[in-house]
Design a binder for this molecule. Structure first.
Ligand SMILES: [Zn+2]
Length: 299
């Protein structure tokens, strides 16, 4: 799909989760590094937030944004450590999190992700919500190590637990827990900053999985834990709790209407999110889209 030039908000909106690299201008993007804990950083540029672990074993990335940014991302890593990137873990298959895979592979990194990330990246995907087709990724961009349930890295003096959770944002979401640093990267299971979540139904996502993932992380962390969200600023446990409670409240409202036998259009028309929209509906997932995706993904 070509982005209409007269609709900059739409361009921005789609750029967040369903990138079309050719249409985006990356020339002015700067990669900024924010220290999260000792040896642990969040890199912010364009696309999904990147996690970076540095130390005696070598650099370890969580997600890698877009291909045109790879040189800048590698330069940002080099400004922190001389060690090359050895591993990249993808939190899910979307191109704003995996677009740099091929370049990172060429730079010597091994790409690791859930089985379904490799599966989806290997084939053409059609997204019904945004009417967009994503072609298969080149061989060099595909994860070379995949897992079904999880994998643990003993790396940089850390225990890095990577684990799959049932379908939420997509059907291949992984959460990355840096146990010693007390930092969790949640990928797009968590948008921090008062945005409705993107339940990517076309990628097998389900609202109950978004809530379940938040519950699982909340049960495992404390007030000192820092959470790297897929998008938005670095977060605390309280931020995640607020997000989870909002999504649960709205999910229950929509589920009640659906259980009463109302059609999707009728539920959207009932505006079940209305009192939350001023705060939560300003991001790239608009209230009607959120309501429709929740409706579609409910059992
Ligand atoms: Zn995503």
């Amino acid at each position: 799909m070509r982005f209409p030039t007269h609709a900059p908000t739409l361009v921005l909106a789609l750029a967040v989760a369903l990138p079309a690299v050719a249409q985006q201008d990356f020339s002015k993007v700067e990669i900024k590094a924010e220290k999260v804990k000792d040896g642990l950083y969040m890199l912010i540029g364009q696309g999904g937030n990147i996690g970076l672990s540095v130390g005696k074993s070598g650099s370890f990335l969580v997600d890698d944004q877009y291909a045109p940014l790879s040189d800048r991302i590698l330069a940002a890593v080099k400004a922190i450590t001389p060690d090359p990137v050895r591993f990249v873990v993808n939190t899910h298959w979307h191109g704003d999190h995996t677009g740099g895979n091929e370049n990172m592979g060429k730079a010597g990194a091994y790409i690791v992700a859930h089985d379904n990330v490799r599966k989806r990246m290997s084939t053409e995907n059609f997204n019904a919500t945004f009417q967009r087709t994503t072609p298969p990724s080149p061989e060099g961009a595909l994860p070379v190590v995949t897992f079904a349930e999880g994998v643990t890295f003993f790396w940089n003096g850390e225990e890095i637990r990577v684990y799959y959770v049932p379908p939420g944002h997509t059907d291949g979401d992984a959460i990355v827990h840096f146990v010693k640093a007390d930092v969790v990267h949640m990928g797009d299971l968590f948008f921090n900053g008062s945005n409705y979540p993107f339940v990517d139904v076309s990628s097998g996502g389900r609202v109950d999985g978004v809530i379940g993932a938040a519950d699982r992380v909340l049960a495992a962390i404390g007030d000192q834990t820092r959470i790297i969200p897929g998008h938005g600023p670095l977060a605390t446990r309280a931020d995640l709790q607020g997000y989870r409670d909002t999504v649960k409240t709205l999910r229950d409202r929509i589920a009640k209407l659906k259980a009463e036998g109302k059609s999707k259009d009728a539920v959207i028309g009932a505006k079940p999110t209305a009192d939350y929209d001023a705060k939560w509906g300003q991001g790239f997932i608009k209230p009607d889209v959120f309501t429709g995706l929740v409706y579609d993904s409910l059992p």
